[in-house]
Design a protein around this ligand. Sequence first.
Ligand code: ATP
Length: 445
Amino acid sequence: MAMSSESDHVDSQNETLEKVTSLCKRRGFIFPSAEIYGGFRSTYDYGPLGAQMLRNVKQEWWRSIVQLRDDVVGLDAAILGPPAVWAASGHLETFTDPLVDCKSCNERWREDKIDGVCPKCGSTDFTEARAFNLMFKTQAGPVEGEGATAYLRPETAQGTFTNFANVMTTSRKKPPFGIAQIGKSFRNEITPGNFVFRTREFEQMELEFFVPPADSATWYDYWVEARYEWYLRLGIPEADLRKNVAAPEDLAHYSLGTTDLEYRFPWGFDELEGVANRGDYDLSAHARASGEKLDYFDQSTGEAYTPHVIEPAAGATRAMMAFLLAAYAEDSVGGEVRALLRLHWRLAPIQVAVLPLSKKPEIEGPAREVLALLQQDFLCDFDATQSIGKRYRRQDEVGTPWCVTVDFDTLEDGCVTLRDRDSMEQVRIAIADLRVELKRRCDAA
Ligand code: ATP
């Protein structure tokens, strides 16, 4: 029956979420924050492998958006901002979620996320919804109560809009061109949760792409497609990724069109990234409030216009979670369950593990030379402890695509064993050919 297969799917998916969460903790991807003090609700720290993987996710975004194009430049704007910015952008007034209290158990919820029933006690009796502003407010300056009010940015985009003229002038770009930013954002979410899916401190990867108004629909379609392809390329299965086009009545006040890219998380399809056609809303609002000109003078027509903005806004931490969930797999090796992460090599925190078969100096010495050679191009690990089978499993579990084993024969023939994570196929290869072969495999992936 459709019902039961759907619930089976959800059960096995929830199991995957538990397994991935536990793997993240056990293998040093993601830890609960301040754990020695009992943790800090829905806040996480990224361990050695997680810090590297998160960096890889961001690097891949930056590579595809900035490095491989000549029409996008980067920016790294401040996290702290003055109230004027957030007044002009509309965040002070409208960056709110509807907050309700359950009258039965007093738990607080975001009204639009609970389907009319308290997830804790099942009651349907709530207070009237009130608008709760999600921005973190603080004081800049040493005297308590007298410092200037400042806000932690809830998105990176406003720093891009306020720098529009600076960037356009200094980079000598003209529309269509984009400004890309990656960095931390902060939202005082009413109900954070689902591991790192929704946290109060998170990382965003946002592109503001400025275009002539007449071309905005074309560029909007272009960026929806380009961003969709990015997730597929890096390992999200097509069946688990969809484009959810917002109905006109559901659009945010600034938006002329929004498509959410959604991944099938264990609880159902949910947003990875929003691509919005924001019209000239942002630049016009900041131009009005600041009195500065934020338009582009087109010399070919002799006219100035305010560019329209296409914004693909993604979460780096949320994307990392999706990549981990999509990569998690189990198969059977010699009658035993093998857990592995089929991570794309560009996202894997370790790309090549060098494993000396023995700790004897005559083996470890050459193995370290292989390590030094590969470290020039790849993220490497060196592991000399326990049986080779156990070491392979350890690497599989954290998603290492390739292992290189140095053994006693290496001393004779100058060859090593190269093992592939997914097929477990092993080939003998000369150390002199190793870099080229690994690069060939990378290019083929
Ligand atoms: P939601 O409806 O889930 O609250 P949103 O539509 O407000 O999200 P945007 O403002 O479009 O989110 O932010 C762009 C991206 O930033 C989101 O698609 C998501 O990947 C990421 N993001 C937003 N809020 C959070 C959060 N609290 N924790 C982690 N990532 C987030």
